[in-house]
Design a binder for this molecule. Sequence first.
Ligand SMILES: Cc1cc2nc3c(=O)[nH]c(=O)nc-3n(C[C@H](O)[C@H](O)[C@H](O)COP(=O)(O)OP(=O)(O)OC[C@H]3O[C@@H](n4cnc5c(N)ncnc54)[C@H](O)[C@@H]3O)c2cc1C
Ligand SMILES: NC(=O)c1ccc[n+]([C@@H]2O[C@H](COP(=O)([O-])OP(=O)(O)OC[C@H]3O[C@@H](n4cnc5c(N)ncnc54)[C@H](O)[C@@H]3O)[C@@H](O)[C@H]2O)c1
Length: 460
Amino acid sequence: MEIQTFDSIIIGSGQAGNPLAFFLAAKGQNVALIEKGKLGGTCVNTGCTPTKTYVASARRAWEVNQASELGISTEKSLAVSLKKIWKKKEKIISSSRNGIQDGIESKDNITLFKGVGKFTGPREVAVGNHRLKAEKIYINVGARPRIIPGFEEVRFFTNESILDLKEVPQHLIIIGGSYIGLEFAQIFRRFGSKVTVCEKGPRIIHREDDDHSEMIQQILEAEGIQFELNANCLSGKNWGDSQVEVQMDCGGKERRIRGSHLLLATGRKPNTESLGLELAGVHQDEHGFISVDDFLKTNKEGIHALGDCNGKGAFTHTAYHDFEIIKDHISGNKKKKVSDRILNYALYVDPPFARAGINKSEAFRSSKKYLHAEMLMKDINRAKEKGETRGKMEVLVEKSTGLIAGAMVCGTGADELIGIFLTAMYGKINYEILMNSVQTHPTVSELIPTLLQSLQPLDV
Ligand SMILES: Cc1cc2nc3c(=O)[nH]c(=O)nc-3n(C[C@H](O)[C@H](O)[C@H](O)COP(=O)(O)OP(=O)(O)OC[C@H]3O[C@@H](n4cnc5c(N)ncnc54)[C@H](O)[C@@H]3O)c2cc1C
Ligand SMILES: NC(=O)c1ccc[n+]([C@@H]2O[C@H](COP(=O)([O-])OP(=O)(O)OC[C@H]3O[C@@H](n4cnc5c(N)ncnc54)[C@H](O)[C@@H]3O)[C@@H](O)[C@H]2O)c1
């Protein structure tokens, strides 16, 4: 088999791989892009875009249900067509995929190989019958759902397959009370399903502060979502043609619940086992994440790993930033690095929960001293006017420097509002600058200065 030589090989058309392919091609490189599934990876096909499209439909259903609170009544009862929602989602994601496909086709110097890429040596990758060689190889293989043992024989869905349902489940059982589980829980509850979330830990979203776990659980319970906590799900079995049963260990007591559909939202695994990394001599950690330095270099010269598969981030914005780091390096600036990133993300339940930097638990564990302030959404006029008074806004300031160390916002517009704190954090500005700013009325953000005026030492 003849070896085809490229300047660069990219394995995986994800959130880092695609922009990198276009950047390298624009620099005049001859690029091989390998993709085993759909162009665009998780975010476009089975992650952010489709879920947030569903979140929007679920929100509209909720608004219709709540309309009377704002003095609006509707004659007809609510009808949800998952078929139509699915079609809308397909339209949006296929347009993104087509954009990538068109971009690739318009470049003579990007060759797309459809299939599974596998290293055959430090500079060589096989895909189907092709053997490719390059001095630079970029791995952007992402992650996939982690399937817990005991569920091999039962009909289950993952974040990928559940997005193909055309009928709303009658009773959806979700294993995993974290980001994926909770977003789907609210989506399907608002579409009309009965929803039970089973979480083996004592609280949901265990990476967040206790009070945030509790607050979001209460918000979701108020919409009718049921929670089974301390529920270690051990196995599942099919119950006839239309039911599934989950067996749980709840603090030593066995419990079984039955539903019509089962979603496993039990974490993600990097797609690294079948990459042949051992043939390239590339090191991984004990969880299968590819080990990289601050500039995304693996232990092998010329091989970099970007996105979810390097374990340095698990978000689209972190994968894209990985691309920015490589771009910065190739362009000769060599300034951008992973450790410059400030942790930030949003959990897209409604109201959303967004976070930047450290939370209270981390502040307590730190040797530094922090100031803290919080304000409830029910005390903010704009939230009252909107009829969306659930949630709160919190901020942490490092006492010795006056720099904002963290912010957590749960409430209307939190996913956008967090950007104000994040910008102040990246700008390393003293909190007083933000405290003395005049924000637009009437907004939730206009209360950020007032929030900062109420800073107090964080009590242990
Ligand atoms: C349900 C869900 C919702 C999410 N929501 C959000 C959100 O709201 N905001 C956010 O920031 N993040 C969200 N994420 C996370 C986000 O989707 C990922 O962090 C992001 O897609 C990671 O991008 P990536 O480039 O690392 O990999 P991916 O986008 O996963 O792309 C990797 C690509 O590599 C391909 N591949 C794998 N192995 C091989 C191989 N051997 N050969 C060839 N190709 C291969 C895969 O098929 C895939 O196309 C969500 C994830 C899920 C599952
Ligand atoms: N809005 C966003 O940015 C967003 C949304 C969804 C997903 N994501 C990404 O996807 C990643 C994965 O999310 P996730 O929610 O699947 O994983 P996760 O690792 O955050 O949570 C998995 C949950 O499943 C529970 N669990 C595991 N085994 C169990 C068992 N046997 N019985 C009961 N519970 C069990 C765990 O205790 C944990 O709470 C996130 O880290 C995030 O990066 C991001």
